[in-house]
Design a protein around this ligand. Structure first.
Ligand SMILES: O=C1O[C@H](COP(=O)(O)O)[C@@H](O)[C@H](O)[C@H]1O
Length: 276
């Protein structure tokens, strides 16, 4: 099934001026996490060289967390390229609206994998609210997070500069917590409350496409054969975000599909390694 072309516009896909996605394939999940970890360090260091600060939007999920573990390992190697972690703003693409100490929190995974080790100052760690943080409804928490983004924006824009936005992808093509056929696909707000998710936990907060596609670079990190059909479909011209939200992602300067061979198996390259 495909979406009508208007569906892509409704999802804030950005104009035709956006660069077409590129694809990198690594042999396996471990090599993928290592390659993306190194690339992320380089990208954040480059952003700091230009702007003095860098910003990254984190994802949850297995491979996303493995990348953060790799970045933490690199940070412990003194001879490596350095990121000044005191000058990195950390945001999230989505979060589960559960108590702060719930193992389902993406924030908790990121803190354990990277943030606790590298010492990002508390005021630069912009976690999405937990369900016990004082917001009765996820809609209130989403509106608050949109306010946090707006407060960090320079020159009165609604969003700060987002240097790299990391996304995982579900086997049905969800990104952040934007699921197929859900209201979030066409919600134009930068941050949305998500209810009744097919994948537990059912209540979440997610960036919407208007915020995701405002990022300078979007990196979709995908591993495993279960995701190969969705990867192949997302890279087809005629598939829209309502059917497959990953198809609605397009960064300002780059959209990068960073895959292991299993996830790339249904592409024309047949999953053969394609180096960066
Ligand atoms: O629910 C979610 O799933 C995706 C993908 O997770 P994975 O374990 O299949 O890689 C993740 O990107 C998203 O942040 C998360 O909330």
């Amino acid at each position: 099934m495909t979406s009508p072309p208007g569906d892509r516009a409704a999802a804030n896909l950005g104009g035709a001026d956006r660069p077409v996605p590129d694809v990198v394939v690594e042999p396996d999940a471990d090599r993928l996490a290592r390659a993306v970890g190194s690339a992320l360090v380089a990208r954040l260091a480059a952003a700091q060289a230009v702007h003095g600060t860098a910003s990254v939007v984190l994802t949850g999920g297995g491979i996303g967390t493995a990348v953060l573990e790799r970045v933490a390992a690199l940070a412990a190697e003194p001879e490596r390229e350095r990121v000044d972690w005191t000058a990195v703003d950390v945001w999230w693409g989505d979060e589960r609206f559960v108590p702060a100490d719930d193992a389902d929190r993406n924030e908790l995974g990121a803190r354990r994998a990277l943030l606790d080790a590298v010492g990002v100052p508390a005021e630069r760690v912009h976690a999405m609210p937990a369900s016990d943080a004082g917001f009765a409804e996820p809609e209130d928490a989403a509106a608050w997070y949109a306010g946090q983004l707006a407060a960090a924006a320079s020159e009165g824009g609604g969003l700060p500069r987002l240097d790299v936005l990391l996304l995982g992808m579900g086997p049905e093509g969800h990104v952040a917590s934007i699921f197929p056929e859900s209201p979030a696909v066409s919600d134009e707000r930068p941050v949305v409350a998500v209810r009744d998710c097919a994948k537990p936990p059912p209540t979440r907060i997610s960036l919407g496409f208007s915020a995701i596609n405002a990022a300078e670079e979007i990196w979709l990190i995908v591993s495993g054969e279960g995701k190969a059909p969705a990867v192949a479909r997302a890279l087809q011209e005629d598939v829209g975000p309502r059917d497959l939200p990953a198809a609605g992602v397009r960064g300002r300067r780059a959209t990068r599909w960073l895959l292991d061979a299993a996830a790339a198996a249904e592409l024309d390259t047949g999953g053969q390694p394609v180096p960066a």
